[in-house]
Write a protein of this length. Structure first.
Ligand SMILES: C[S@@+](CC[C@H](N)C(=O)[O-])C[C@H]1O[C@@H](n2cnc3c(N)ncnc32)[C@H](O)[C@@H]1O
Length: 371
């Protein structure tokens, strides 16, 4: 059976949950920032996987490691030499010199060796044939890279978007894409859409977006962003460009006013994380914010239920204070009271996502309507 391996992005928990959602029946084993599985996907579908490949060989670490590794590499390169004339190899320094001559002997003509370093996106873009030798527990894995997340695309898209409410960077859009992948549904409703980051990040993986926000003024910015993103995506050769979207002003707490049939959509939203504290919030401030969130989500979830929305993926704020986190503990009970049940991600009912140097993180949950 083939085995595949993926490098997890900066929020490992989210990438794992996303992979599990994308590949329902996949077996997965997570170690040292890697996810190993029996299922293959192109990492570009995801927001949270950085690169991925096939495990084409395994060498147990013992007194014969070197010899076995060299044999395995030589065999693999010889068997695939037609495709590996130009080859990149990422390997520890101790083996680098010998592996270079081995690859030449096996028939590769141009070899790029990275010592104790992984290929970055630039390396991948320049040369699509990379072999990595990676130590995991008592084995060396020989990995042939097959896909690499197009970092350049995401950085450019984020920095060129006409409007933004956040510091620009690749992470914002990738979080949005991961959230979208937590549901299979191709019809998405974001009732707190802000400037439309969710739609911008998922144009190629979803069919339609219904986007609304309480703040009328940001809807125009949102439309400009989505239009810009559509044209940006259309530069990609495998993009069909068929995504549909509508925007309208709406308080998410009172969806009963909405004429649209939302029952076929899943709600996915970054949510509204409340006040953006620039310094660490006090206990009182945290309590106040969580109280506001509790009230808001009681109404939003009740509204979603009224509209017969089956799945809701959303984020609540959590607060990071000197290593100790304050989590919004109300949500399990609240969801159940309204008639939704929380989904478990690797045993927990939430995923914590945070950016560096922030006081407020995303507490990601998914709830499913109970019959
Ligand atoms: C900061 S944005 C979240 C990020 C957003 N996804 C983006 O791409 O910009 C949160 C949005 O929630 C909206 N909001 C807050 N309370 C709301 C409510 N009760 N109903 C609808 N929108 C609300 C705010 O106007 C704001 O635009």
């Amino acid at each position: 059976m083939n085995q595949y391996i993926y490098k997890l992005g900066h929020c490992e928990e989210l990438a794992i949950a996303e992979f599990a959602s994308l590949c329902k029946k996949a077996k997965q084993d997570v170690k040292y920032g890697w996810l190993m599985s029996d299922t293959e996907i192109n990492v570009n579908i995801s927001g949270g996987l950085v690169y991925g490949g096939d495990i084409v060989g395994k060498v147990t670490i013992d007194e014969n490691t070197k010899e076995n590794l060299f044999n395995a590499l030589y065999e693999y390169i010889t068997a695939n030499v037609a495709d590996l004339k130009k080859l990149g190899i990422s390997i520890s320094k101790e083996y680098a010199k010998d592996v270079l001559s081995l690859a030449k002997k096996a028939g590769s003509k141009k070899i790029n060796i990275l010592m104790d370093k992984k290929p970055n996106y630039g390396n991948w873009k320049g040369l699509k044939n990379w072999i990595l030798v990676e130590k995991i527990d008592n084995q060396l894995l020989i990995i042939k890279l097959t896909s690499y997340s197009d970092q350049q695309f995401w950085t450019q898209l984020d920095s060129f978007l006409p409007n933004s409410d956040m510091k620009r960077g690749i992470i914002n859009l990738k979080l949005a894409r991961s959230l979208l992948n937590l549901t299979d549904n191709k019809k998405i409703y974001d009732p707190l859409c802000g400037m439309g980051r969710l739609a911008v990040a998922g144009i190629d993986i979803k069919e339609s977006f219904v986007l609304s926000d309480l703040d009328d003024s940001c809807l125009q910015d949102c439309e400009k962003n989505v239009e810009y993103a559509k044209s940006f995506w259309s530069r990609k050769k495998d993009f069909k460009g068929e995504v549909k979207y509508v925007t309208f002003a709406q308080d998410a707490r009172t969806l009963d006013d909405v004429e649209q049939d939302l029952s076929r959509c899943s709600v996915v939203t970054e949510g509204y994380l409340g006040y953006r504290f620039s310094t660490s919030p006090s206990r009182q401030e945290i309590e106040r914010e969580l109280e506001i969130q509790q009230k808001m989500w009681r109404d939003i979830l009740a509204s979603c239920k009224e509209k017969n929305i089956k799945e809701v993926v959303f984020c609540l704020p959590y607060y990071q204070k000197k290593g100790a986190n304050t989590l919004p503990e109300f949500i399990d009970e609240l969801a159940e009271e309204i008639g939704y049940k929380l989904v478990r991600f690797s045993g927990k009912t939430y995923v914590l996502y945070s950016r560096e140097k922030t006081n407020v993180g995303h507490y990601i949950v998914k709830v499913i309507l109970q019959k």
